[in-house]
Design a protein around this ligand. Structure first.
Ligand code: GDP
Ligand code: CA
Length: 304
C-alpha cells in the first residue's frame, strides 16, 4: 500500500516515525512543510524537513521533539560570544546538515534533490520531499504587526495572537510530489499544526488541486487532545481563527480534502459539527508503541 503523508515538524515527525514501522518504508512519501524555512548565519535551515529526517534516521531528540539527540551547542556559544545572530538554536551536529544543504543550494541543486540525497546518506528508505523547491514563506498577521514565521515562533515565542496566516511565493510542487499523490492508495495528514505546518503545503495550488481530485481515502490525525495542543500554538490558533478547538474545528481546515479524522478519546464527546468520519482512539505518541498504534488507526481507514 502506497501512502503519502503531509507533515510539519514535531507532531509530523513523530507520526511518520510510527508509520514506517507499520507500512513498508519504501511505500511512504512524506511531503514536508517548507514555510518555516529560514536563513540563519548564512545557512538555509529547513526545520520541518530536518525533524522528519532526524526522526526517520533515529537521530532525533525524542523529548525536545526537534533537533538531534546528544546535541552540543558550542558553535552557537561562539556565535553569541562574538555578538552574532544567536536567536535561532542551531546545535553542532545539526549545523553539519545545514552546511551541506546550503552549499548544495548555492551550487544550484534543488531542495528536493538535496533532501533525497541527505535521506539516502542517513539510511532512510522512505521518500522525503519538500512540498516545493520554490521559495514559500509563512507570515503571521498579529496585533503587534506582521512577522515572518520564525520571528513570530522563535524570537517572539509565539506570544502574539494570530489574526491571519499568509503565504509568500508562487510555488509549484517539487518533482515527485504530484506523482506520489496520484499513485497513493492512502493520503494522510499528520497531527501537525493545520495553519502553519499543513497550510503552507496546501498553499501550493497544484498540490491542493491534486488532493481535491483524489480517488483514494484521505485521513487527517488531529493534533489536539482534549481540545489542547500537545505542544505549540495550534489550540490558540484554532480558537481564534476557527472559533473553537473541537474535532469539527480541526477538520474545517481541510474542506473537501479529507474523508476521516482520527480524534483522541478525550475529544470523542465533542463531535458536533464534524462533517467527516471520526476514528476515535488514543492519539498521544508517548513511545514507539503509541506511535505505531496511531499509524495503524489511520491506516484502518482503507480497510474499514
Ligand atoms: P512543528 O512544525 O514542529 O510545529 O510540528 P507539527 O506542526 O508537525 O506538530 C505540532 C503539533 O503536533 C502540535 O499541534 C501538537 O499538538 C501536535 N502533537 C505533538 N505530539 C503529539 C502527539 O503525541 N499526539 C497528537 N495527537 N498530536 C501531537
Ligand atoms: Ca514547523
Amino acid at each position: 500500500m502506497k501512502v503519502v503523508v503531509l507533515s510539519g515538524g514535531v507532531g509530523g515527525a513523530r507520526f511518520v516515525r510510527g508509520l514506517v514501522d507499520v507500512v513498508e518504508p519504501r511505500d511512504v512519501t512524506v511531503i514536508g512543510n517548507v514555510g518555516d524555512d529560514v536563513e540563519v548565519l548564512g545557512l538555509h535551515v529547513s526545520p520541518d524537513l530536518d525533524s522528519i529526517l532526524y526522526a526517520l534516521a533515529d537521530l532525533n531528540d525524542e523529548e525536545r521533539g526537534w533537533g538531534r539527540a546528544d546535541e552540543t551547542w558550542r558553535a552557537l556559544e561562539t556565535v553569541r560570544a562574538l555578538g552574532g545572530e544567536a536567536w535561532f538554536q542551531l546545535g553542532d551536529l545539526d549545523l553539519g546538515l545545514h552546511l551541506v544543504r546550503t552549499q548544495a543550494l548555492r551550487s544550484g541543486e534543488p531542495l528536493s534533490a538535496i533532501t533525497l540525497r541527505i535521506a539516502q546518506a542517513l539510511g532512510i528508505e522512505a521518500r522525503v520531499l519538500p512540498a516545493t523547491d520554490d521559495r514559500l514563506r509563512t507570515w503571521l498577521e498579529t496585533p503587534a504587526g506582521e512577522f515572518p514565521f520564525q520571528e513570530w515562533f522563535v524570537a517572539r515565542g509565539h506570544r502574539d495572537d494570530v489574526d491571519a496566516v499568509r503565504f509568500e511565493g508562487d510555488a509549484e510542487p517539487a518533482p515527485g510530489v504530484l506523482e506520489a499523490i496520484d499513485g497513493a492508495d492512502l493520503i494522510l495528514v499528520a497531527p501537525s499544526n493545520p495553519y502553519v505546518s499543513i497550510g503552507p503545503i496546501l498553499a501550493v495550488p497544484m498540490i491542493r488541486d491534486a488532493l481535491q481530485a483524489r480517488r483514494v481515502p484521505a485521513v487527517a490525525i488531529s493534533p489536539l487532545i482534549g481540545g489542547r495542543a500537545v505542544k505549540g500554538p495550534a489550540d490558540r490558533m484554532l480558537q481564534r481563527l476557527a472559533g473553537g478547538t473541537s474535532p469539527g474545528h480541526v477538520a474545517s481546515n481541510y474542506p473537501g480534502l479529507i474523508d476521516a479524522l482520527v480524534v483522541d478519546e478525550a475529544d470523542a464527546d465533542d463531535l458536533d459539527g464534524l462533517e467527516v468520519r471520526p476514528i476515535v482512539t488514543q492519539t498521544l505518541m508517548s513511545d514507539s508503541n503509541a506511535r505505531r498504534h496511531l499509524a495503524e488507526a489511520a491506516l484502518g481507514a482503507v480497510v474499514a
